[in-house]
Design a protein around this ligand. Sequence first.
Ligand SMILES: NC(=O)C1=CN([C@@H]2O[C@H](COP(=O)(O)OP(=O)(O)OC[C@H]3O[C@@H](n4cnc5c(N)ncnc54)[C@H](OP(=O)(O)O)[C@@H]3O)[C@@H](O)[C@H]2O)C=CC1
Ligand SMILES: CC(=O)[C@@H](O)[C@H](O)COP(=O)(O)O
Ligand SMILES: [Mn+2]
Length: 381
Amino acid sequence: MKKISLLGATGSIGTQTLDVIKLHPDQFTLEAISIGKNLTLGLDIIHTYIPKVVSVIDKESYEYLQSRVPDNVKVVYGDEGLIEVAANVESQVVVNAVMGSVGLKPTLKAIEAGKTMAIANKETLVTAGHLVMGAAKTHNVHILPVDSEHSAIFQCLNGEDKKALERIILTASGGSFRDRTRSELKDVTVESALNHPNWSMGAKITIDSATMMNKGLEVIEAHWLFDMPYEQIDVVLHRESIIHSLVEFQDTSMIAQIGSPDMRVPIQYALTYPVRLALPLSKRLNLIEVGKLHFEEANLERFRCLQFAYDAGKVGGTMTTVLNAANEEAVQLFLNRQISFLDIEAYIEKALEQHIPIKNPDLDTIVAVDQETRKFVNTLI
Ligand SMILES: NC(=O)C1=CN([C@@H]2O[C@H](COP(=O)(O)OP(=O)(O)OC[C@H]3O[C@@H](n4cnc5c(N)ncnc54)[C@H](OP(=O)(O)O)[C@@H]3O)[C@@H](O)[C@H]2O)C=CC1
Ligand SMILES: CC(=O)[C@@H](O)[C@H](O)COP(=O)(O)O
Ligand SMILES: [Mn+2]
């Protein structure tokens, strides 16, 4: 029986992780969870799974929950609460499904405590991939990708000769506005940006997908997870999201992982790895129904955020911390209807331009740069 800690239980990945846990009660128990602002859903989850520890964002939520949970459930809160759920309970596997760089400290603590990490939270790898991968090496823990593209690459590389890997090819749906020109992006609404063609996901990642920053973050995520130089990580537009990503070897052979777009597949694989279990919840892919698959070049002038991510990744150090923090703030401002869609990339560009990168930053430096960048972005409104 694997004991699971789930950070971000109320989110899109969090609730799909719960679907997988529920499907295999003989394999998994939910040891601890964190929830954010959605206390109603949080209480439902608590009463269904009775986790031993629950972390909430702040003291107010802690006080609200205290009197509403069963006696054997301990409630904690804040940054320390996230760390308790990640590192100080008896779980073997931690699923990090929170949104944003808030996931970094609990990830590092969980790794130090020797937990296997199933990471959906790409912002953690973008903001401080060197710290996460360095800690994983020191403490000899597995980092298992949950992000669909990275799970695909991980599956394609299973048992292969890593030295013979020529390049990684990430597929990109193109997001909500893939068929629009840049001039048609000027007045787009939040509602239209949230309308992803293939995936139902949280708000922030759906906007990232529309700006293609999601693919940029994924390029950096792939760099850290698979130890690949940026020159060997490509992106191709693939509107169907059926091929989840590919690898190419030196002998020109390519391997792809394909299937219906359903995050429960990579989530379950991360939880069961190296074993595979049945997943009757997921729709089998019918190739005849699919018929055709399409591929196009990802134009870096059209999708400027993808270019920013390659550039920031190649500079390295705190540059990717700035990229991530500026993006998180700008997307939130767009979701709050304080700035336009195209302002997102303009704000990120300004944040990157003003930053003098620091090489090999430690955790305190990462946290400070993250905070400074968020402040800077808010001065631009
Ligand atoms: N959704 C998807 O299909 C995919 C997502 N990912 C990545 O997975 C991560 C989660 O995405 P997704 O599930 O879509 O996001 P959601 O917004 O749906 O969920 C985010 C979760 O994190 C919690 N949360 C948000 N902010 C904080 C905070 N400051 N402190 C503590 N908890 C917080 C939320 O709590 P609450 O809702 O209660 O406020 C919620 O539980 C992201 O990094 C995303 O890029 C990667 C691949 C696919
Ligand atoms: C499901 C998943 O992994 C998302 O990151 C998804 O890939 C978003 O799709 P695009 O960024 O390709 O639009
Ligand atoms: Mn993805």
